[in-house]
Design a protein around this ligand. Structure first.
Ligand code: UD1
Ligand code: CA
Length: 455
């Protein structure tokens, strides 16, 4: 039987109290809708349709990709109404519809597959996943008869006291076979909220003799529906921990697993050591045996093997090659490449700069728009003056150059291979190969001056 997957993402998300569409709120770096799409993709559906409303363009921009279709729900008239918009796009589809709320980012592909196979095995028309909630508030309660047969889902707002005490709740993941899809058109408008509830299809199917069941499988954590920022924070904590646990299984050592923050798109090789309060964001990659000390934040960084990132360093969209060392307190801004065995020390800022193999900038420097060769020594307090108020200019420092401390390099400027620059120099002209450049006022010692001043 073919499967098509529909993800409902057109709700207004008013309970989030933010201008961002709910399903685009990020969880461990990814929009929550993206997590649901990824899980859906792994079930190998024929098609994926995302239902979006007034934020359709923003949603398309954030998660749009090949193979994903979008359906417009013109007004947010409820989950039943939303699914109808998708059915319209899927016109003519025969098979099973896997329907997932777009606000359940922790859902796992294995659970979706299990539901699909249970649906088939029971030859059901309508199936959905339920779970036992620690506190069921906000979820639709699953109503069963005394034999356990599924009769209905009753929403919180419509539930009486007895129903409210039921802890088996609807997870918002359904499988509906084509032959039951026409029931969607008969869902009545809910008098309390004025919406068409998808959950009403359960009682309609049960009453109409369709094979209907709730499958109570899986863990509560996985089915968390995110309606508020506090629920988002809770779900994020769960996801964060599962990311860390899976890297731990792969041989990454976390000194304190509870205090690291790793995005979904990150990869870390075995043998890496991550100290507390480290943030690895975006598509960051960390190679085998690298050590990342406390308070580092790396966003879209490619960190090679055996690299040391010392305390409180920030690396953005840059690459650090094997055995290099960064920090403490270094700032590697976008577009940098730090070569193998190179060293960037404390209070050094790099921007769009290549620092060649085994070169060192150990203390208090700004290197921007620079191409620095290998075995170069950049003395403390070196500044590339790359900006003239209008344009940025390039500084080139070739292999084996020694830049004395407190040097300013006024770009565009080039210091050729093997040259030396004397400490305290302001370099405004290119330095030819193998020379010494020095631009410093001669020192004058006025003897006895101090004593005379005191008088
Ligand atoms: C829904 C279920 C509830 C279930 C819970 C699980 C209904 C009526 N209730 O409640 O039984 O326990 O999920 O988390 O379905 N959406 C649209 N268009 C709309 C309204 C919503 O696309 O007009 C989308 C939302 O973007 C969201 C999803 O459907 O991703 C669920 O909507 P939401 O308002 O969060 O439903 P809940 O009240 O959580
Ligand atoms: Ca919800």
């Amino acid at each position: 039987m073919k499967t098509a997957c529909v993800i409902l993402a057109a709700g207004l998300g008013t309970r989030m109290k933010s201008g961002v569409p709910k399903v685009l709120h990020r969880i461990c770096g990814a929009p929550m809708l993206q997590c649901v799409i990824k899980a859906a993709e792994k079930t190998g559906p024929e098609k994926i349709v995302v239902v979006a409303g007034m934020h359709l363009d923003r949603i398309k921009e954030a998660v749009g990709a090949e193979g994903i279709a979008f359906a417009l729900q013109d007004k947010p008239l409820g989950t039943g109404h939303a699914l109808r918009a998708a059915v319209h796009v899927l016109r003519g589809f025969r098979g099973d519809l896997l329907v997932i709320n777009g606000d359940t980012p922790l859902i796992r592909p294995a659970t979706l597959k299990k539901l699909l196979s249970l649906h088939k095995r029971h030859r059901n028309d309508v199936s959905f996943l339920s779970f036992i909630a620690g506190s069921p508030e906000g979820y639709g309660r699953v109503i069963r008869d005394k034999h356990g047969k599924t009769l209905a889902v009753v929403e919180e707002k419509d539930a009486d006291q007895g129903q409210k005490s039921i802890r088996e709740v609807n997870s918002g993941v359904y499988v509906i076979s084509s032959r039951a899809v026409h029931l969607l058109d008969k869902i009545p408008v809910n008098p309390v909220k004025g919406e068409y509830y998808l959950t009403d299809i359960v009682s309609m199917a049960a009453r109409g003799g369709f094979r209907t069941s709730a499958f109570c499988i899986g863990e509560e954590d996985e089915f968390m529906g995110i309606n508020t920022t506090s629920e988002l924070a809770r779900a994020q904590a769960v996801m964060r921990r599962s990311i860390v646990d899976s890297f731990t299984e792969d041989g990454v050592l976390f000194i304190d697993p509870d205090s690291v923050y790793i995005d979904l798109g990150v990869s870390i090789e075995a043998g890496a050591v991550i100290y507390p309060n480290v943030y690895l964001e975006g598509g960051t990659r960390v190679g085998r045996g690298s050590v990342i000390y406390p308070n580092a934040r790396i966003k879209d960084g490619t960190i090679g093997r055996e690299v040391t990132i010392k305390d409180s360093s920030v690396i953005e969209n840059s690459s650090v090659k094997d055995n290099a060392s960064i920090g403490p307190f270094a700032h590697i801004r976008p577009g940098c490449l730090v070569g193998a065995f190179a060293r960037v020390g404390n209070f050094v800022e790099l921007k769009k700069t290549v620092l060649g193999k085994s070169s060192k900038a150990s203390h208090l420097s700004y290197l921007g728009d620079a191409v620095i060769g290998k075995d170069v020594n950049i003395g403390a307090g070196t500044i590339t003056c790359n900006y003239d108020g209008r344009n940025k200019h390039l500084t080139v420092i070739e292999d084996g150059v020694f830049i004395g401390s407190d040097t300013q390099l006024v770009a565009p400027v080039k210091v050729s291979k093997g040259s030396y620059v004397g400490a305290g120099s302001t370099i405004t002209k290119d330095v030819p190969r193998g020379s010494l450049a020095i631009s410093r006022v001669h020192q004058k010692n006025v003897e006895g001056w101090a004593k005379r001043k005191k008088r």
